[in-house]
Ligand binder design. Sequence first.
Ligand code: THU
Length: 131
Amino acid sequence: MKEQLLAKAFQAMENAYAPYSNYHVGACVECKGGNYYIGANIENASFGLTNCAERSAIFAAYSNGYRKEDIVGLAIVSDGDRIAAPCGACRQVLNELLKKDTPIYLSNGKEEVVTTIKDLLPMSFDMEDVL
Ligand code: THU
């Protein structure tokens, strides 16, 4: 599972549209039943409108009807010298859209880290704080 997720994330990275940063990120969400949803970072001349790869992928999974209970893993890969850990905005999104202990695999092709959103965003602001 991990190998396939990472391979699909690296394929997705090929679709990155990153003419400004030239930093390419790919992501893949695996859902129960063997469905995979990929995403890449998509930049914009109005920089703030850039969409990160992991948000693209998880929004695709949700857009296809899947919810956090259905998601078994997420891979995020980059072509940087260091592993791309999700940005703060993505952590907040993943905190709501993933289960706290769903494995998140990070790789840059040289190193690999397995983590969870619980570890990436401790003391998080959650849905329960609002509802
Ligand atoms: N980026 C992602 O897609 N995911 C991350 O986890 C970190 C950053 C993108 C946003 C932007 O297109 C480029 O990487 C440089 O910040």
